[in-house]
Design a protein around this ligand. Sequence first.
Ligand SMILES: Nc1nc2c(ncn2[C@@H]2O[C@H](COP(=O)(O)OP(=O)(O)OP(=O)(O)O)[C@@H](O)[C@H]2O)c(=O)[nH]1
Ligand SMILES: [Mg+2]
Length: 433
Amino acid sequence: MFHDRAKIWVEGGRGGNGVVSFRREAHVPRGGPDGGDGGRGGDVLVLADPSKRDLAALRHARHFRAGRGRHGQGAQRHGARGDQALIQVPPGTTIDGLDGERFDLVEPGQSAVVARGGSGGHGNKRFANSTRQAPRFAEHGLDGQSGWIELRLRLLADAGLVGLPNAGKSSLLGRLTRAAPKVADYPFTTLDPVLGTLESDERQLVLADVPGLIEGAASGAGLGDEFLAHVERCRALLHVVELAPPEGASPPEQAYEIVRGELSSYGAGLDRLPELVVLSKADLLEAEGVAERAEAFRRRLGDSVLGVLAVSSATGAGLDELRGAILGAVPERPQPAAPRAEEEARFEAEHITYRPAAEQGYEVTAEEDGAFRVNGRGVELLVARHDLSNHEALSYLEQRLAEMGVVAALERAGFEPGDEVRIGEEAFELDPG
Ligand SMILES: Nc1nc2c(ncn2[C@@H]2O[C@H](COP(=O)(O)OP(=O)(O)OP(=O)(O)O)[C@@H](O)[C@H]2O)c(=O)[nH]1
Ligand SMILES: [Mg+2]
């Protein structure tokens, strides 16, 4: 089986805690604070690795957790960063990530951080200032991002072979490239997409052979739309039509129209891709009949297709011409060098920047029982970092909340000193000043 979808749980590592520590020196009775910071938790990273064929490996191991950051230590020693968790997928994988993020891994080596590790807590050294010379508190590390993400693979081929079952698509792929797809005299021999590379002096093109399409394929008949997805990223189609189908099978013109119908009802622009019509198994008909049918196709389709060629995978007739036509027909891959670099920079930036705007906003609401709730990512993170049973930590927190304007906002909402305040998962009596 070819697995082109997966749903996995990803979890960035928790950040290490900052530590409370004081310097000890022979001649200094009571040294200054020297607690180091905790290390960042590791990230979960998805990497495009061309040696991977599909997403099958993600069906067995579905949980990916990055390592925790180490705690800080005395003497200003910071904790080490948590280990990264690496997930390898084939190029062509798109990811529906956390918080609505989307990633598209196209080039080998491209990667995306799908779950960031939590930041480490600051050690008490960081909280020392002229009025607070010996802080006896430090921050906790924060949890990493976590949740389910979905991956989907769409093969990255330059041209796709489409046609009814048994049309001779796989035989053709085998003749044009070094791929060795299964070929047999029954419909749906090909169950999984197969890629092959067509080489010339100047270019290398990847051809994709997908399972045969039948009427209704776009709405799920046969192997259906599952496999049309793999043609979405192609830049041309090789539409294979059997010249002399067996008794009872659709005649060539009808076979052609059935497949065209499926391409257009699938959507995604498949019916607008440049198309080469390949009339297959020419050896089964005398030359005159082949020429006649090819001519009839040309007349009917005119300029709507790039060309109509008759070939035989059995004898090799017409294959050189077909190779040349494919190499000429498939447009160059758009060179996205500059925009892609920018994209990547944007990905990176999105992951590294702190999103200050979102973090500073908060909202105060009075709850029915007389307590007050403050919602806002920035304040929630601030509270999550501190141990509120620690006196000093609590008064530091009160001071920060006052600086951020949260106390004033609470007062506007009717808060009085000593009332209960709820932020994130914490509830505490706030008594500022
Ligand atoms: N005589 C003759 N038979 C051919 C030729 N090409 C393919 N065949 C035969 O046609 C049958 C189907 O060929 P495949 O290449 O498996 O066809 P396919 O389109 O990949 O079929 P599915 O994967 O089932 O959709 C096999 O028995 C092939 O040997 C040809 O050029 N001449
Ligand atoms: Mg096949």
